[in-house]
Design a protein around this ligand. Structure first.
Ligand SMILES: NC(=O)c1ccc[n+]([C@@H]2O[C@H](COP(=O)([O-])OP(=O)(O)OC[C@H]3O[C@@H](n4cnc5c(N)ncnc54)[C@H](OP(=O)(O)O)[C@@H]3O)[C@@H](O)[C@H]2O)c1
Length: 456
């Protein structure tokens, strides 16, 4: 027997229950998040023990390469390249998964849960696609599966939704949940950079991957939206159910027009309950009014805005990514899981039920439309006619002529006008029908963009 009490050991007579139980942690992955967590567990053990009343002992760590430099003092003897050794080790009480991806993470976590080991995971891709199966397995085994870091990194959002707001009737949860795209849009807004310039800058600073598709096309945010739908609404939603558009179509002229009209453009994940009980779950760029709290979320920060019957409106803001902030969220879960294990309890179960997911066509909101047209008489009235025929009414319209008519080498050419409309609330299906017809008008050269207005 070791000197420390283990989680299974009852206090000896006379100890008065004051001995701190030791919980042994098996770590799957030691990259950005795993290394930051390992540094905390190995380097700050005494403070964590005093704060939490238990000892968290890092027992084993799985990585792909043992030879890789990791800058984590005390780690070397714990490493293995076989993650199955970690989940199967009887000396591991709790498993923390920060390796990412679906395979082999899914099988490893199912194995750990079935063996009665609580699991903490930061893996949004895994949870957004296989969360239902994993939570059901955890419930059947009577152990925790905690996942605070999977949405908005260091922002304690999941716990707020699951615990503080457990009885709240939530209407809508929407947020800036991808720091890379928020950084790009912020730079486009503050420095006038184009999308490509801002993306290149984000890549050079390490905010964006070399292949940025998962972030800029909204896949990462869609996974988080699915998890938010699970947690805030108990809805059986997976990443593939989420309507998704990214930011690669946002141009500098949209950012400028948005600012002039009193909006900021943000990539939003929105989960909202309809009056008929259906759930809208979507990710797309959105025009957010400047006085809305989400409009001021800058750079790589994340923020989630929650609206409920009794609580009204509240927003949580913080670092949505990065090793140390994410490790902080993982550590919070680990402390909870360890505590629950020591007292033979578990966190509240996450029960998911089927919901009708509202198609994007049924969305009703205001829209920003940006069109380039031939600068000739009658174009505006033709466009207004199409909008009117589909019951889409216009709240404001702006026109500028970036390319006036002129002559080159004796040849007359027609000018081009840029039209920007903001509509009153309308159905998406009507607006899309308008765009289809407007596109057929001979004088319309290009439909540059459609951006939904949210939070007005
Ligand atoms: N980074 C963030 O800011 C952040 C924020 C929120 C959530 N998350 C989530 O946290 C998880 C980890 O992210 P990360 O940025 O820390 O990833 P990362 O830097 O790529 O680290 C992944 C780690 O897992 C190890 N690994 C991967 N596959 C393995 C396998 N088959 N067997 C053994 N080890 C394996 C890697 O080993 P090697 O080191 O030897 O390559 C590495 O140590 C992901 O699910 C991510 O979505 C990350």
């Amino acid at each position: 027997m070791t000197e420390d009490p283990t989680i299974n050991r009852q206090p000896a007579p006379g100890e008065g229950g004051t001995a701190r139980p030791t919980v042994r942690v098996g770590l799957l992955g030691c990259g950005n998040v795993g290394a930051a967590l390992a540094r905390l567990l190995l380097g700050d053990a005494e403070r964590i023990s005093e704060r939490t009343g238990m000892r968290l002992e890092l027992a084993r760590v799985a990585v792909r390469s043992v030879a890789k430099e990791r800058d984590v003092p005390g780690l070397a003897g714990l490493l293995t390249t076989d993650p199955w050794q970690v989940v199967s080790d009887p000396a591991v009480d709790v498993v923390v998964e920060v390796m990412g991806g679906v395979s082999p993470a899914r099988d490893l976590l199912l194995h750990a849960l079935r063996a009665g080991k609580p699991v903490v995971s930061a893996n949004k891709e895994l949870l957004a696609n296989h969360g239902g199966e994993l939570w059901a397995t955890a419930a059947a085994a009577g152990v925790d599966l905690l996942f605070e870091a999977s949405v908005a990194g260091g922002v304690p959002l999941i716990r707020a939704l699951r615990e503080s707001l457990a009885g709240e009737r939530i209407h809508r949860v929407m947020g800036v949940v991808n720091g890379t795209t928020n950084y790009i849009l912020s730079r486009m807004s503050t420095s006038g950079a184009t999308y490509q310039e801002a993306l290149a800058e984000a890549q050079s600073l390490g905010y964006a991957e070399r292949d940025p598709t998962a972030d800029v096309e909204g896949f990462d945010a869609a996974a988080k939206a699915a998890i938010l739908a699970n947690v805030a609404f108990g809805a059986k939603v997976v990443a593939g159910d989420v309507y998704r558009e990214g930011i690669s179509g946002i141009g500098a002229q949209d950012i400028v027009a948005a600012r002039r009209l009193g909006f900021a453009i943000k990539l939003l994940a929105v989960v909202e309950l309809g009056q008929d009980g259906s759930l809208g779950v979507r990710v797309h760029p959105a025009m957010v009014p400047h006085d809305h709290p989400l409009a001021s979320v800058r750079d790589s920060f994340n923020a989630v805005f929650i609206e409920g019957d009794s609580v009204g409106q509240l927003m949580l803001l913080g670092r949505g990514a990065g090793g140390p902030p994410t490790a902080s969220a993982v550590l919070g879960d680990l402390v909870d899981a360890a505590h629950n294990l020591a007292v033979s309890g578990t966190a509240r179960r996450l029960e998911l039920h089927e919901v009708r997911i509202r198609p994007i066509d049924d969305l009703r909101c205001a829209y920003y439309l940006s069109l380039f047209v031939a600068d000739r008489p009658g174009v505006l009235s033709a466009i207004a006619g199409v909008l009117g025929a589909h019951s889409v009414s216009v709240r404001s319209m702006e026109q500028d002529v970036p390319q006036p008519a002129g002559q080159v080498d004796g040849l007359q050419f027609e000018g081009e006008a840029h039209l920007v409309f903001v509509t009153h609330p309308a159905y998406e299906r009507d607006v899309q029908a308008c765009l289809h017809e407007i596109h057929q008008l001979g004088a319309v050269r290009r439909i540059a963009n459609l951006v939904r207005v949210v939070g007005a």
